[in-house]
Design a protein around this ligand. Structure first.
Ligand code: MTE
Length: 320
């Protein structure tokens, strides 16, 4: 007799609940919107419509209102109007307006370095070649605010498996588009552009390390890092680099834009850690956007069960 095992029985429940296969493509989006409307979020949109093929606001649906801890999703309008994207402006409320009209087509992402099989993917390849899943994750900024965001995307490991890192590859380095004409903040001499981030290879292979192509069932808007960004839910938000054009496998620890700008404030690891304060912000508590008051910050942003093993034996005060 055949025994049916549901995926919730073979995957820990919280992981299962935070990831739902989400078929996109606009036809499929209409179907899922109908199916999911009973429990889906109805959210208003104040965001700009720079992407021509995004769904209309009334089609925005997600499969649940909460993440696996029962925390409510942050509204679409907050997620798309309160942003950090220094290539446009340092004003969080100003990013969406400045980013309106930022063209993300054509867009290519070069994946190379210490790999056997370097590849360049168009944004269409990235949206169609890899199964897009809805992944609801908390985003915790080092400034002490947080959101819960229903991303769409897939594990970074899927791209890495395609290019086959060599045995010399130890880290993954990411780079944002450099184009000061389109990204006016890059004319500022305060930072060494382009924005660069990095992960250790084993961190990058963890299934939670996500390449996002969308949120709330739509392609990413420019202010959220269109068309393709990283999401590392257990680390401070600055690790989640936006508008990526290059992914490189390297043998030495990449120096990120923030490590270069303020090495005493920003380390390579940047794991969410309530016990290690940033010189300017205590990390013990956080304000969830849309809520009053503050809540306790969770180690690894609540994802310790999935990722703590990566740091066994490491001093996380030293490796901040
Ligand atoms: N990526 C680039 N290229 N430039 C940036 O300024 N800001 C980071 C991160 N990725 C940033 C970036 C910071 S500090 C945070 S908190 C998140 O993006 C914010 O993502 P969101 O605006 O989509 O919420």
């Amino acid at each position: 007799m055949a025994i049916k095992i549901s995926s919730s029985e073979i995957t820990p429940e919280h992981v299962y609940l935070s990831r739902r296969k989400f078929m996109i493509g606009i036809g499929a989006l209409a179907t899922s919107a109908a199916v999911l409307s009973a429990c889906g979020n109805q959210v208003g949109s104040t965001a700009s419509s720079a992407n021509s093929n995004e769904a209309a606001p009334e089609d925005i649906k997600v499969s649940t209102n909460t993440d696996e801890l029962g925390d409510e999703l942050t509204s679409f309008s907050a997620v798309t109007s309160y942003n950090n994207f220094y290539e446009f402006t340092t004003s969080k409320e100003g990013v969406a307006g400045m980013a309106e009209g930022f063209s993300t087509s054509p867009w290519e992402v070069e994946v190379g370095g210490l790999v056997n099989n370097p590849k360049t993917f168009s944004i269409d390849d990235l949206r169609t070649k890899f199964d897009q899943e809805e992944r609801i994750y908390r985003l915790r900024c080092v400034e002490g605010w947080s959101m819960v965001i229903p991303w769409m995307g897939f594990s970074l490991s899927e791209i890495l498996e395609e290019v086959e890192p060599t045995s010399q590859a130890k880290y993954v380095r990411f780079e944002t588009l450099y184009d000061p004409d389109r990204l006016p903040g890059q004319s500022s001499r305060w930072y060494d552009w382009p924005y660069v981030e990095g992960l250790r290879l084993d961190e990058a292979m963890n299934p939670l390390a996500t390449m996002a192509t969308g949120l709330y069932g739509k392609h990413l808007l420019p202010q959220n890092g269109a068309p393709f960004r990283l999401v590392v839910p257990w680390k401070y938000g600055f690790k989640s680099i936006k508008s990526i054009v290059k992914i490189e496998l390297v043998d030495t620890m990449p120096v990120s834009l923030w490590m270069d700008a303020a090495p005493n404030e920003y380390g390579f690891y940047a794991n969410v850690n309530p016990e290690v304060p940033h010189p300017r912000w205590s990390q013990a508590t956080e304000r969830r956007i849309g809520e009053f008051g503050r809540r306790d910050t969770l180690p690894f942003n609540g994802y310790g069960e999935e990722v703590a093993y990566l740091y066994d034996g490491m001093d996380l005060r030293e490796n901040f």
